[in-house]
Design a binder for this molecule. Structure first.
Ligand SMILES: Cc1cc2nc3c(=O)[nH]c(=O)nc-3n(C[C@H](O)[C@H](O)[C@H](O)COP(=O)(O)O)c2cc1C
Length: 278
């Protein structure tokens, strides 16, 4: 396939685009359209110098009100990493990746500023959680894009939040700081693949939110995605409850994924860490 912007967009969304014919397929546009998660890595180490540069890039991300509410914990200790990996044996890439980081939402410095400057903080509400979580996510994604630009591959690990109390203790996270995700980083051992996204007819709106025919669009997406990469039978979720589906598309997978409670204790955890969530 010749890499033009329209062919890259078609590859990403499974739908021929009208846009892009005038754009040169060079630089970041191409890199972003071909972005992918990597879960297998070579043994090539990532030197500290490069990691520091990538962290500087990640921490250059936009920040809500310049509050800079993100922190990153670099986990180099093999025992600590093995401990985290042992909680999540289905994701061996956590221990195999040359580097592992934990990205945290960090509202602690905002509270400290109020204390240091002896000012009231009449803003104990859920917005504080949201702002910090968004900042941390932007820092993580900016780090990922920087890493990909120098040939590295990454895999975020939100599954660490299924062990959020143990992780917070292991990393000595103070109040007002919580992990949003771990991140595996390494040189990719395989090319990987571009994961097909929902059509923009579902995700992009003009002037007002409006979608007609959502069910049919999702159905068509399920089929197009399955035609490219079908989910093998052994990877179907919750077979004991729902049986083996003859056709197992994206929407069936997501519906099954959230048919059981996940991380129901998260609100209690956030409150215990100081977030009022009012
Ligand atoms: C916040 C976040 C958390 C994620 N958590 C995990 C995870 O715990 N384990 C994993 O293997 N992949 C994880 N991923 C990777 C997603 O599964 C992946 O991004 C998604 O399937 C889309 O694929 P793509 O990134 O190649 O486009 C996570 C991604 C994000 C953005």
């Amino acid at each position: 396939m010749t890499k033009t912007i329209p062919t890259l967009i078609e590859n990403r969304f499974g739908v021929q685009p009208e846009a892009g014919a005038e754009q040169a397929s060079v630089g970041q546009l191409t890199t972003l359209l071909e972005r992918r998660t990597h879960r297998q890595y070579t043994e090539q180490p990532i030197e500290d110098d490069l990691l520091d540069v990538l962290l500087a890039c990640g921490l250059s991300a936009s920040s809500k009100s310049d509050l800079q509410q993100a922190s990153v914990v670099i986990i180099d200790d093999v025992v600590t990493r093995a401990e985290i990996g042992s909680w999540i044996p289905t994701m061996p890439w956590i221990v195999q990746a040359p580097r592992f980081l934990v990205f945290c939402a960090d509202h602690s410095r905002t509270r400290l500023a109020a204390k240091l400057r002896k000012k009231p903080f009449p803003n104990d509400n859920v917005d504080q959680f949201m702002n910090a979580a968004v900042d941390a996510a932007l820092v993580m994604q900016t780090f990922i894009l920087a890493a990909e630009s120098v040939g590295l591959g990454c895999c975020p690990i939100s599954e660490v939040r299924s062990h959020i109390e143990a992780l917070s203790e292991l990393l000595a996270l103070p109040d007002y700081v919580f992990p949003i995700a771990g991140l595996c980083v390494g040189y990719p051992a395989r090319a990987g693949y571009v994961s097909m996204r929902l059509p923009q007819a579902l995700t992009v709106h003009r002037e007002r939110y409006s979608v007609t025919d959502q069910a049919n669009l999702i159905d068509a997406y399920d089929r197009a995605r399955d035609a490219r990469f079908s989910i093998p039978e052994q990877s179907q979720r919750e077979i004991d409850r729902f049986g083996v589906a003859e056709f197992y598309g994206w929407s069936e997978d997501k519906a099954r994924q959230y048919s059981t409670p996940h991380r129901a204790g998260f609100l209690a955890y956030l409150k215990a860490r100081g977030f009022a969530m009012e």
